[in-house]
Ligand binder design. Structure first.
Ligand SMILES: Nc1nc2c(ncn2[C@@H]2O[C@H](COP(=O)(O)OP(=O)(O)OP(=O)(O)O)[C@@H](O)[C@H]2O)c(=O)[nH]1
Ligand SMILES: [Mg+2]
Length: 274
């Protein structure tokens, strides 16, 4: 499936293609029918829960408010799922608790690993919701948005290395899972004019500090056993503030919805081809 990267292109292709909720319902049926288990991974504050909420429904309501704090518990889908525990699990952000580690251990358990991974990144735009943590970062010298992003881009690399390490352990078992990964480059509303940099950085078509980690992992486990792709998305467009600087959010509601449609379709196609 061809993945489109710029808001206007995604909008032209996906605008009104289907009701967002319908796309989700189809995906849900597919997941429940096939028992595909999918993990949402990525740094705390990157936007995992918001994307999950968009897929499961609440995030699409005009009154939706994104979480004010890091998730302490994993998010799992129950909505519209006839009380069955859904196959999507979001790793919680609060690293102080053991829950984050426990969830990761559970999702990448060598005996029973997930089938697919949605790894969320945000081009370094990480929401630090804890006031004390914000002050600590500023005191350590991260005064501008550019400083903060550089810091989190470096952390993203460590995070993807850690994830590949966990996936490698699972692949050493005969089950050869996870067999696919989607890099969801969220908060695309904050960098609509930088897609010519963002796309090669995160996607398989070039080798960058980020994509090189996944390429290496793919070589280690074999191309037949693992595929990955990347796509832009925006769950909840809003301005990004740090210190006295602001990065303006600038995409239309239609573009955001089109991004989400493309996202759901890509997840579906991964679930169907594996
Ligand atoms: N500009 C913009 N901001 C977003 C977007 N999605 C999420 N955010 C912001 O990022 C914050 C963090 O989103 P969450 O979904 O809670 O992040 P998370 O990855 O679940 O965080 P943890 O639970 O700490 O792991 C939200 O409160 C929003 O303020 C987006 O698409 N665009
Ligand atoms: Mg969360």
């Amino acid at each position: 499936m061809d993945i489109l990267w710029t808001g206007p292109a995604v909008k032209a292709a996906w605008d009104n293609r289907e009701d967002l909720a319908d796309g989700w319902q189809r995906l849900l049926n597919l997941l429940l029918g096939r028992k595909t288990r999918i993990a949402f991974t990525g740094l705390p504050g990157v936007g995992k829960t918001v994307l999950f909420d968009c897929l499961t429904g609440p995030g699409l309501r005009s009154t939706y408010q994104p979480p004010k704090t890091a998730s302490a518990e994993e998010d799992t889908g129950t909505i519209n799922a006839k009380r069955r525990r859904m196959a999507l699990t979001v790793v919680p952000g609060q690293s102080a608790s053991t829950t984050r580690m426990d969830t990761l251990e559970h999702l990448f358990d060598v005996e029973k690993p997930v089938e697919g991974v949605i790894h969320v990144v945000s081009h370094g735009y990480i929401e630090v919701r804890n006031l004390a943590a914000r002050e600590t970062l500023v005191a350590s010298g991260l005064k501008s948005i550019a400083d903060l992003r550089a810091h989190y881009l470096a952390q993203e690399i460590e995070d993807i290395k850690d994830l590949c390490h966990r996936m490698r352990r699972c692949h050493q078992d005969q089950k050869r899972r996870p067999c696919w990964l989607i890099v969801a480059v969220t908060k695309a509303d904050l960098f609509p004019h930088e897609m010519s940099i963002v796309r090669p950085y995160y996607s398989p078509e070039n080798t960058s500090a980020f994509s090189g980690v996944l390429d290496q992992f793919q070589r280690q486990v074999g191309e037949d056993n693992f595929s990955w792709s990347a796509l832009p998305v925006a769950g909840h467009p809003q301005d990004f503030e740090w210190g006295d600087e602001t990065t303006k959010s600038s995409i239309s509601v239609e573009e955001r919805n089109a991004y989400l449609r493309q996202f759901t379709a890509v997840i579906q196609s991964k679930c169907l081809t594996r």
